[in-house]
Design a protein around this ligand. Structure first.
Ligand SMILES: NC(=O)C1=CN([C@@H]2O[C@H](COP(=O)(O)OP(=O)(O)OC[C@H]3O[C@@H](n4cnc5c(N)ncnc54)[C@H](OP(=O)(O)O)[C@@H]3O)[C@@H](O)[C@H]2O)C=CC1
Ligand SMILES: CC(C)(CO)C(=O)C(=O)O
Length: 341
């Protein structure tokens, strides 16, 4: 395949970065992924394979220059995507800062609320924009990255992103530019409140979400967050088949009704898991402080509390140190027991 002259550098190429890299490569974009030596070695011995729940499949044996370990590759990029976990954002910015040319868009495609801000602080002269990945990607086998749920990419509306749009479209990764990116990020966070519930459950997303008590745990964390967003004057937007405000009520429905509705509204691959579960598996610190922790911070800013989300933060930090998984009713009891902080 002939490669375009449009160059995309993906910094922090793990699950999301390799998936996006593979999709963009499949449509002929000049992609360079920057990541760790372990992933580089893996992609020397196995081809990069990307698949999705709709049957898309692409694989490519990468050339040496297509997966590198130094930010220097960003030197002549037309677009930089940052896909490190939140704890690594500032370091990523420091490494990219000397290389990225003025005006080139640097899009943070990370969960949480404050990554673009931290990235901008670490690279003050760069054109940093917030972005959002709605779907789930799991590395199923070494070098094989699978999109297990639906949705399309979004980023802050900025003219510098216009030239990239046809490439994303062609790669089957439509990128929607939004004026209300703060609302988009908070609405995505409302969905990510399921990450700790999924990680604590220890089971795939589909299995976890088919159990009402796990969904009730999620609904409690979401209701608490929606109240705070209302007080803070931050509107939410619809990212799934349901208006965001209705999600907690639908989560609380009995299993038989939820399963029927969900079948029409959301596609989840039976093997998909949250990225927080992946972090636990890899023995990495999780993003809990950047997800539920942001709700606790918002509550503090408003002079109030967010007890459900605060408790989920505590349980996840405990889980980072121990192997314990939580049954659905056990977790629900823990979150509703106000005698324990
Ligand atoms: N996975 C998913 O399904 C989804 C994830 N997201 C969000 O996307 C972001 C990325 O997630 P994900 O792809 O799962 O994360 P991964 O941990 O799979 O990928 C990030 C990669 O970047 C590497 N990295 C970190 N710092 C550097 C550095 N300075 N130089 C080179 N490589 C570096 C990491 O290595 P190491 O681990 O050794 O630090 C890791 O391999 C997160 O914010 C996540 O919440 C959003 C939607 C879905
Ligand atoms: C796609 C989703 C919501 C899946 O849990 C996610 O963002 C994650 O795993 O971090």
């Amino acid at each position: 395949m002939t490669q375009s002259s449009f160059k995309v550098v993906i910094f922090g190429a793990g699950s999301i970065g390799c998936y996006l890299g593979g999709r963009l490569l499949s449509s002929g974009v000049n992609v360079v992924m920057v990541g760790r030596k372990t992933m580089q070695e893996r992609l020397r011995t196995s081809p990069l394979t990307v698949t999705d729940y709709e049957g898309f499949r692409f694989h490519s044996q990468l050339a040496e220059h297509q997966y590198v370990t130094s930010a220097e590759a960003a030197g002549n990029a037309d677009l930089v995507l940052v896909t490190v976990k939140s704890a690594a954002t500032s370091e990523a910015g420091k490494q990219l800062a000397p290389w990225v040319s003025e005006g080139i868009p640097v899009v943070s495609l990370q969960n949480g609320i404050s990554n673009a801000e931290h990235l901008q602080a670490a690279m003050p002269n760069a054109n940093v924009l917030a972005g959002m990945v709605p779907f789930n990607v799991l590395q199923q086998e070494p070098g094989h990255f699978h999109q297990g749920t639906q949705g399309h990419l979004m980023a802050d509306r900025h003219p510098s992103l216009q030239p990239a749009l046809p490439w994303f479209e062609h790669a089957g990764l439509p990128l929607e530019l939004r004026r209300d990116i703060e609302s988009v990020m908070w609405s995505k966070l409302l969905l990510n409140l399921n990450n700790p519930v999924n990680a604590l459950s220890g089971v795939p997303l589909l299995e976890e979400l088919s159990q009402r008590d796990y969904r009730r745990c999620l609904a409690m964390a979401q209701r608490e967050t929606l109240e705070l967003l209302k007080s803070a004057g931050i509107p939410t937007v619809k990212l799934t088949g349901l208006p965001t405000k209705l999600i907690p009520s639908v989560m609380s429905l009995p299993d038989w009704l939820f399963t029927r509705l969900a079948k029409r509204m959301l596609t989840i691959d039976p093997v998909a898991r949250s990225s927080m579960w992946e972090d636990l598996q890899a023995g990495r610190p999780t993003e809990i402080d950047w997800i539920n922790g942001e709700v606790v911070k918002l509550a503090e800013k408003l002079g109030t509390d967010a007890p459900v989300n605060r408790k989920l933060v505590r349980l996840m930090h405990q889980r980072e140190e121990t192997e314990k998984t939580w049954g659905a009713s056990e977790l629900l009891n823990e979150l509703t027991d106000h005698s324990r902080p």
